[in-house]
Design a protein. Sequence first.
Length: 271
Amino acid sequence: MNKMKHYLSVLACYAKLSIQGQLEYPLFLVSWAIMIPIQYFAGIWMIKMIIDQFDSLGGWSFPEIAFMFGLGLISQAIYVIFFIQTRGLEYYVTMGEFDRMLTRPMGVFFQFITHQINFIGRLDLIPGVVIYAYACHIAGFVWSLSNTIQLLLVLTGATLIRAAVFNFIGCVAFWTKRSYSLSMMGVLLFERTSVYPLTIYPMAVQWVLTFIIPISFIAFYPTCGLLGSDPGTGLPFDMTIWTVAVGAVTFGLSYLLFNYGLFKKYESAGS
């Protein structure tokens, strides 16, 4: 219990320092507060225009896709707030940042994950919550206790999946000293695949996005479970509980890879 309290106190300290540092540039926050909602509202509006033109997208109606879009955006916002540093693991390797963490009497992975709380990421929640609330209304989503619990589990699992995938990519830096370009490819991959129905892709891509890079568990399968939609993939994954299970497994595997790379391949390349 004392150890847990100590870790929580360190997390609170990191969060306070991160927020104070980001509030030093208020105009930067204002610019992001304007740009981010415009970006995502324009995105969902473009999807609506496409569906209005062609009636559906991969057999999915606009309310279903809006529900999936908002759900995915909320999990992205949570990921950006708490795990954004996984995209920049290359920096910690090349600059020798892990040297300091290794000298402290605390788990390195915990320090790496928690030392930066991205206060700006909260701005992603604005369009996410608005779009999701609107989608719930037009899709007829029932806010029962069961559905609310399932939703919380989905958001937890989806956030862990995002963090795990970027952590896997970032760990490449332990071997090559570079991984940022791959991380940016990961960003594009999530943007292109997490907000559209899995059914628009060939079966081979569906298989990859389910079993290799489980992006489909972030929003597609949870939407099917929460709205009672047919996945249309021929795969027996229509329960929202799968998301939190997949998230826990993938995050655990990424943790093991991180520790292996850190203690077996890290060479303290910084100065």
